[in-house]
Design a protein around this ligand. Structure first.
Ligand code: 0XW
Ligand code: MG
Length: 366
């Protein structure tokens, strides 16, 4: 099986619930998504998707992802999409770095590979653990009462895991956390995600004042060094997200005993191939694991579900249903979110029927 054609589409996906705000006033109105279609000489078509969160969340942005596609795609025509390691080596040889720009191509290769094998992607990645995956909803940064209200809304929609955006003024963050915990009661799992917004002195202040609240702490400080310095004083599970950008970062964090768990973003690490590799190593190391992405809709969410379902349930934290964040679907086939959980059917590949009409004309075809 050989790649005959690669096409890329740009899809604007406005958020259903309005502006999304992280620490420091960084905000986005939606995802600017890159969708890749991969056609093969055997008639199998694979799809992949990647969307950064603005240009502020990770060292990635949409225009660069589109430029990266134009750089790489011509070099892949004639290659076998099932040889995912070889495809990744080829991409890395010709474009140094820029993993997010390779992610949708890698995902499309896996979709084609799994379809050609007649297997759902989860089976290709080690098999399913359970029938569904827990979901969380993220509460954008705002005034404590607004965030408490948003938490109640997501609870009413069935979610039982919430990610509370902190990482600004620690005293206000303490109020944010307390207001959300008071609004949701004791049974809901809370993550305080600072998105690297604090210095260590601010994180320590937050930790001390919230000692009586139950929550996981996610990426308190921007640098790995600062998170490591904080570890001895963090008496609750510490999850690194932004810092985990490759396998080596995971090995370092484990070696230093910094992490209880990690969040793997498919785009940040360069696609399904590397996300699965990092996931498998994290599982072997006994860590808690979330596999998700920086953004997207149905195509990307399907990949997150397959990667999450193939993560042993005891070590899986949760994932995110980005297709419910946005207003323009790019595919069908993902079952409804139910009671804060999501699943995927038995169709081969990602299991998504792409709504080609939603994509418009490709911005590049090779
Ligand atoms: C909540 N997210 C999954 C959405 C954005 O990509 C950022 C990310 C996070 O963990 O902050
Ligand atoms: Mg995070």
């Amino acid at each position: 099986m050989r790649i005959r054609r690669l096409s890329a589409y740009r899809l604007d996906q406005p958020f259903r619930d309005g502006t999304y705000t992280c620490s420091g006033g960084r905000s986005a109105e939606g995802f600017d998504s890159l969708v890749v279609r991969l056609d093969t000489d055997s008639g199998v078509t694979g799809w992949g998707e990647m969307a950064p969160l603005g240009a502020f969340y990770d060292p990635s942005f949409s225009a660069a992802a589109r430029a990266g596609f134009i750089e790489i795609a011509p070099l892949l025509i004639g290659q076998d999409p099932r040889q995912v390691t070889a495809i990744n080596r080829r991409m890395d040889l010709h474009l140094k770095g820029h993993p997010y720009a390779k992610s949708a191509i890698d995902m499309a290769c896996w979709d084609a590979f799994a379809k050609s094998a007649g297997q759902p992607l989860a089976e290709m990645l080690g098999g399913r653990f359970g029938e569904s995956v827990d979901l969380y909803r993220s509460i954008p940064q705002a005034a404590p009462e607004w965030m408490a209200e948003r938490a109640r809304k997501y609870l009413a929609e069935g979610y039982r895991r919430l990610q509370v955006k902190v990482g600004l003024d620690p005293d206000e963050d303490i109020e944010r956390m307390a207001a959300v915990r008071a609004a949701v009661g004791g049974d809901v799992t809370l993550f305080a995600d600072a998105n690297g917004g604090w210095s260590t002195h601010q994180a320590r202040r937050f930790l001390r004042a919230t000692r009586d609240l139950d929550y996981y702490l996610e990426q308190p400080c921007a640098t790995y060094d600062a998170c490591r310095a904080l570890r001895p004083d963090c008496d609750r599970p510490l999850i690194l997200d932004e810092s985990i950008d490759c396998l080596l970062a995971l090995l370092q964090a484990h070696h230093d005993r910094v992490v209880d768990g990690i969040t793997i973003k498919i785009a940040r690490v360069g696609g399904v191939t590397r996300a699965a590799r990092i996931r498998d190593v994290a599982v072997e190391l006994g860590l808690a694991v979330t596999v998700e992405d920086t953004g997207g809709a149905e195509i990307d969410t399907a990949a997150m579900i397959h990667l999450s379902l193939s993560t042993p349930a005891g070590q899986r934290l949760h994932t995110v249903d980005f297709h419910n964040w946005v207003t323009r679907p790019n595919g069908t086939g993902i079952p409804q979110t139910r009671d804060g959980k999501i699943s995927i059917g038995d169709e081969a590949g990602l299991g998504v029927s792409v709504l080609q009409d939603e994509l418009g004309m490709p911005f590049a075809t090779y």
